[in-house]
Write a new protein. Structure first.
Length: 632
C-alpha cells in the first residue's frame, strides 16, 4: 500500500505531502500493469524531503498486484521497516569512526549537528571551537602532530566559508584532514546558505566530495576519509540535509587502518645518487616537511652517520635531529651564522621532502654553484620548481633513505671534524653576539626569547603564528623533537596559531604547549582564548607585542610610505587574560618575568600569557635579506 497525496504541488508533475515535500507520479511502465508508483522528483528543488510521509489531509490509496520483489531504493520505507534502518548521518559517522578517527573539532549548526552527535555516540571526542576557522586550524595542527585522520565539522553556508583559510593552509601543508560540511537540500538554490561549495574548496587546493546517494553513504564517507589519508590533503565532505535524514540499511564496517602503498624507487636514479654521494667530501642532508610526514628521522640520521654528513632542516621540519651533535638546525633565512657558513661550504646537498624555496636557501645564496644538489620528493611535480637541481628522485623520503642505505656499501668519512664543530659552537644562535635594543619601555625580542626559553620546561610543543617575529622563535626557542614544533603559515596567513596551539595541547597533553604569536595575529583569533581556558589545557601564550602589523611597517616605511594604517594603540594582553580566566604578565624587562617563573614552578597549569612589549624599531636581519626589495 502506497500513500499518495491528492493535493498538487506548484512544481510540475509532483504531489505535495503536507509538511514533507514533493513526489512525482511516474508514468505507467511497460510490462507492469497498473504500476504508477510515486517516485522522487529529480527536478524538484525540495528533493529528498519528499521522503517524509507524515501526510495529513485527503489522500488516495494506491495499490498494484504486480509489484516486483526488489524495492526501488529511492522509495520510502514502511513504518514497520524503520526499526531495522539507520539515518544516513549515522552511517557517515560510523564510517569515519571505523576509519580510526579519534577527534572532531567543530562548531555545530543546523546542518552538521546530527552527524557530529553521531561521531560522539561512537566515542569520537568532540572539541567545540568558537569559530569554524578555529576548528579547522585546531584539526590541522592535531593531524600534523599525530598523522591520524582528524575531523572538523562545520555547518552549511558561512560555516564552510569561515573555515576556508584553514582548509587552504591544510592543503598547502599536506595535512590529511576530513572536513564534514553541512549543505542545503539538493537543488535548493533559494536557500540563504546555498553556494557552490566545490568551486570554493577546489580554489584553495582542497578536495570536495558529496554524500549524494543514501544507499552508498557509508562507502562514500569511508572513501573520503581514505582519500584524505592517501592524498595527504583536506577533503571536504558535503552533507546535504535532506540526504542526511534518509534511512537506509546499515552497512557492516571494517575497523582497520587503511594501507597506503609506496611506489618503488627508480634504480638508475638511485645508483646515480649513491655514486654522487660517494664522491662528495662535504655532504649535507636537508630534511623538509615531507621527511616529517614520512617519519624518516631515524633513517636520515643513520644515513648521515654512515656518510659523515651534517644535518639541517627546513623551518617546517624544525625539531628533527634535535640533540644530534652534527645538527645545524634550521636552514634558510632563520639559519644561525654557523649553519649559513657550513651550508655554503657543502659540495653535495640531499634535500628530502624539502621544496628548496627562497626561504630555505636565502634566495639561493646558501647553496654553492659548485655543489651537487639532489632533490627527493614523493611528488615529481614539486621537484625543481624553485631552482634547478642536478639530480631528481621521486619517492617517499623514508623509502629513498632505506634504498640508499642498502646500496651504500662502506661507510664514508664525510666532514665531521673538530674545525667544523668549533664553528657550530662559536657561531650558534645562542653564542652569536648582537646589540641589545632594550630601552625603558621595551625589551629586545631576542633577549626576551632566550629568557623565556630558559624558564619554560624543555618538554614542550611550540606552535608559531605568522609575522615579523617568526625568526626569533626558530632561533631561540628550543624544541625536543619534530613533534615539538608546528608552524602553520604555508598559506602566509596570520591568526591561525592560537587555534593550532589548542589542537596541539589536545593531542599532546603531556607537554606544555607554547604559542609564539604577534599581537595582530593573536587579536585576529582571540575568541579561541575562551576555548583554551575552557578546555583547561596547559598553554603558555608568548606574544611579541609591538602594537603593529610590523611586517608591513618594516616593508613599506623604508620605501617612503606612512605605516600608520598598520599601527595601533597598545593592548594589555595580561589584563585580557585575566578577563578570560587565565593569567598573564606584561614584560618590559627581564625582572618582569618573575610571575612566569612562579607559574612554571607551580606546575604550569592552565593558560598564561606573556605580553612581551618588544622594541618596535628593531627590524629582523632575515627580513632585510628576504624583503630588501618587495618580493611577496
Amino acid at each position: 500500500m502506497w500513500l499518495v497525496p491528492a493535493a498538487r504541488c506548484r512544481y510540475r508533475d509532483a504531489a505535495r505531502i503536507a509538511g514533507g515535500g514533493c513526489r512525482t507520479e511516474a508514468p505507467r511502465r511497460a510490462g507492469i500493469d497498473g504500476d504508477r508508483r510515486p517516485r522522487l522528483s529529480r527536478a524538484c528543488p525540495i528533493g529528498c524531503q519528499c521522503f517524509n510521509l507524515k501526510a495529513v489531509g485527503p489522500i488516495l490509496e494506491w495499490s498494484w498486484a504486480s509489484q516486483p520483489a526488489q524495492r526501488d531504493p529511492m522509495t520510502p520505507t514502511s513504518p514497520a521497516d524503520d526499526a531495522t534502518l539507520t539515518p544516513v548521518w549515522r552511517e557517515v559517522a560510523r564510517a569515519i569512526a571505523d576509519l580510526g578517527a579519534r577527534r572532531c573539532f567543530g562548531l555545530v549548526g543546523g546542518a552538521n549537528f546530527k552527524v557530529t552527535l553521531g561521531l560522539t555516540d561512537l566515542g569520537v571526542e568532540f572539541i567545540a571551537a568558537r569559530h569554524e576557522g578555529g576548528a579547522v586550524s585546531m584539526a590541522d595542527v592535531a593531524a600534523r602532530l599525530t598523522r591520524d585522520l582528524t575531523v572538523a565539522s562545520v555547518t552549511a553556508g558561512p560555516g564552510l566559508t569561515n573555515a576556508i583559510t584553514g582548509i587552504g593552509e591544510a592543503a598547502k601543508s599536506d595535512t590529511p584532514l576530513l572536513v564534514l560540511a553541512g549543505d542545503v537540500v539538493r537543488g535548493d538554490t533559494r536557500s540563504a546558505f546555498a553556494f557552490h561549495q566545490a568551486e570554493l574548496v577546489h580554489a584553495v587546493g582542497g578536495i570536495w566530495r558529496q554524500i549524494a546517494d543514501p544507499m552508498t553513504a557509508y562507502e562514500d564517507a569511508w572513501q573520503a576519509g581514505l582519500l584524505a589519508l592517501r592524498e595527504r590533503k583536506p577533503v571536504v565532505l558535503s552533507l546535504p540535509v535532506d540526504v542526511q535524514e534518509i534511512k537506509v540499511a546499515a552497512k557492516l564496517g571494517s575497523k582497520h587502518a587503511p594501507i597506503t602503498k609506496t611506489p618503488p624507487v627508480n634504480s638508475e636514479r638511485l645508483d646515480e645518487l649513491v655514486a654522487t654521494l660517494r664522491a662528495a667530501k662535504k655532504p649535507l642532508i636537508l630534511a623538509g616537511h615531507g621527511a616529517v610526514v614520512a617519519d624518516a628521522e631515524a633513517l636520515l640520521t643513520e644515513l648521515a652517520d654512515r656518510t659523515g654528513a651534517l644535518l639541517a632542516t627546513s623551518v617546517q621540519a624544525h625539531g628533527m635531529f634535535s640533540g644530534h651533535p652534527w645538527n645545524l638546525g634550521v636552514a634558510g633565512g632563520f639559519s644561525s651564522p654557523a649553519t649559513a657558513e657550513l651550508m655554503a661550504q657543502s659540495d653535495m646537498l640531499m634535500a628530502f621532502g624539502m621544496s628548496l624555496n627562497m626561504w630555505t636557501t636565502k634566495k639561493g645564496r646558501l647553496i654553492s654553484d659548485a655543489a651537487q644538489l639532489v632533490q627527493i620528493d614523493v611528488e615529481r611535480g614539486r621537484i625543481g620548481v624553485h631552482r634547478p637541481v642536478d639530480l631528481e628522485l621521486e619517492g617517499d623520503a623514508a623509502a629513498v633513505a632505506t634504498a640508499v642505505l642498502a646500496a651504500l656499501g662502506d661507510d664514508l668519512p664525510g666532514w665531521r671534524t673538530p674545525e667544523v664543530a668549533a664553528i657550530m659552537i662559536a657561531r650558534s644562535n645562542r653564542n652569536f653576539a648582537y646589540e641589545d635594543t632594550s630601552d625603558a619601555g621595551h625589551i629586545d625580542p631576542r633577549t626576551l626569547s632566550k629568557a623565556v626559553d630558559d624558564i619554560l620546561p624543555k618538554d614542550r610543543t611550540v606552535v608559531v603564528d605568522g609575522g615579523h617575529f617568526v625568526g626569533w622563535v626558530a632561533r631561540y626557542l628550543s624544541v625536543p623533537d619534530m613533534r615539538g614544533w608546528c608552524i602553520p603559515i604555508a598559506f602566509q596567513s596570520i591568526g591561525l596559531g592560537l587555534a593550532g596551539a589548542i589542537g596541539a595541547a589536545v593531542v599532546q597533553p603531556d607537554r606544555l604547549t607554547v604559542l609564539a604569536v604577534g599581537d595582530g595575529g593573536f587579536l585576529m583569533a582571540i575568541a579561541e582564548l575562551e576555548t583554551a581556558v575552557r578546555l583547561k589545557r596547559r598553554l603558555c601564550i608568548f606574544i611579541y607585542n609591538d602594537s603593529a602589523y610590523s611586517a608591513e611597517v618594516h616593508h613599506f616605511v623604508p620605501e617612503g610610505y606612512s605605516g600608520a594604517m598598520a599601527q595601533f594603540p597598545v593592548t594589555d594582553f595580561a589584563a585580557i587574560a585575566r578577563g578570560y580566566g587565565a593569567d598573564g604578565v606584561v614584560v618590559r624587562t627581564l625582572q618582569d618575568l618573575a610571575p612566569l617563573q612562579r607559574w612554571v614552578a607551580d606546575g604550569a597549569q592552565g593558560v598564561f600569557i606573556v605580553d612581551g612589549r618588544i622594541n618596535p624599531a628593531l627590524v629582523a636581519d632575515w627580513y632585510h635579506e628576504i624583503f630588501g626589495a618587495a618580493n611577496l
